[in-house]
Design a protein around this ligand. Structure first.
Ligand code: AMP
Ligand code: MG
Length: 320
């Protein structure tokens, strides 16, 4: 059985140590329980998707304990400052431009130019975030497509052995996810309704905040927020299931396919580890997306485990 520990100094220290080692820790927040991993560690982030059995790479929310910890991750603007000082810590997630040098895995933001960030108000969540001192990527701690967990035992039922430690901190007070607000553009837009209402936002900002119809579809529907923003797509055409590069094509290999270290050739995981491949996917696509080549050929990726999410992303990149 997965270890479930109630929150005290010792369990917080242990949870922080596990997170620093790249392990998964489920923890209570005021919205729902989160499945946390070190956001700066690509393999740790990949194991979140693996544990949830997500068929695609939805971008994840990055959790920190105080606004200062966001300065190296995102570019602030006035709207974000106003909302942050009014509503954090609390059930609000802000989408902001991701800093070029942000030390967060590209997999955590699914290759997007933006980053979703939040300061939760649950005291146990804040204790953990302060103790670990790293940005923590955390989606809801349930298997993909299942109900969000509001108690530690929901987490254990849904994720079982896939999580290394569950911190028990009582029932989530709010019980619905955070409100996701995109403040990266000229007008704030609600991408997901949640713990903070449209009326609250309008009162704070002194103007109406739009909710596109598509945002009303619910968390895991095809119209979910991640789909509203166009995901990073390479400029070059992408050719799938390739055995080798053709003239002037870059090559993205996997396992024994494709040499490593040659110009224009990268390998997602020479050892054939799908977790490592997921962690490398967006960074390697970016590295090969250069005017030096006419396209990017990609080797066959087995469609098992995280391979399904990798192939989903590659099909989208190839489909344009
Ligand atoms: P969950 O992982 O269940 O907490 O849900 C996180 C929500 O935030 C999902 O609906 C994501 O699509 C959304 N999200 C996270 N990052 C971004 C981003 N950079 N742009 C737009 N939506 C995002
Ligand atoms: Mg969820």
């Amino acid at each position: 059985m997965t270890e479930i520990l109630s929150v005290d100094d010792a369990s917080i220290a242990r949870a922080a140590a596990l997170l620093r080692e790249g392990k998964l820790v489920a923890f209570p927040t005021e919205t729902v329980y989160g499945l946390g991993a070190d956001a700066t560690n690509g393999k740790a982030v990949a194991s979140i998707y693996e544990a949830k059995g997500r068929p695609s790479f939805n971008p994840l929310i990055i959790h920190v304990a105080e606004t200062g910890a966001l300065d190296t991750l995102i570019d602030w603007n006035d709207t974000a400052r106003v909302l942050a000082s009014a509503l954090w810590p609390g059930p609000m997630t802000l989408i902001l431009p991701r800093r070029k040098d942000a030390p967060v895995s590209l997999l955590a933001s699914a290759g997007l130019e933006t980053l979703a960030v939040r300061i939760p108000s649950h005291l146990d969540a804040l204790k953990l975030l302060r103790a670990v001192g790293l940005p923590i990527a955390a989606p809801s701690a349930n298997a993909s497509g299942k109900l969000s967990p509001t108690t530690a035992s929901h987490v254990a039922e849904s994720l079982g052995e896939a999580v290394d430690l569950i911190l028990e901190g009582g029932r989530s007070r709010i019980g619905v996810e955070s409100t996701v607000i995109d403040v990266s553009g000229p007008e704030p837009v609600i991408l997901r309704p949640g713990g903070i209402t449209q009326e609250q936002l309008a009162a704070i900002l002194g103007r109406n905040v739009a909710v596109p119809d598509a945002a009303m579809g619910g968390d895991d529907s095809p119209a979910s927020p991640g789909m509203l923003t166009s995901h990073y797509a390479p400029h070059l055409p992408v050719r799938l299931n390739a055995e080798a590069a053709e003239d002037n094509e870059a090559f993205l290999g996997f396992g024994s396919v494709a040499g490593v270290g040659e110009t224009g050739r990268l390998n997602l995981s020479p050892s054939g580890d799908l977790n490592e491949a997921a962690a490398n996917l967006f960074a390697m696509l970016r590295a090969l997306d250069s005017s030096a080549y006419v396209g990017i050929a990609v080797a066959v990726i087995p469609n098992i485990g995280l391979g399904a999410a990798i192939n989903d992303r590659l099909r989208r990149a190839a489909a344009r």
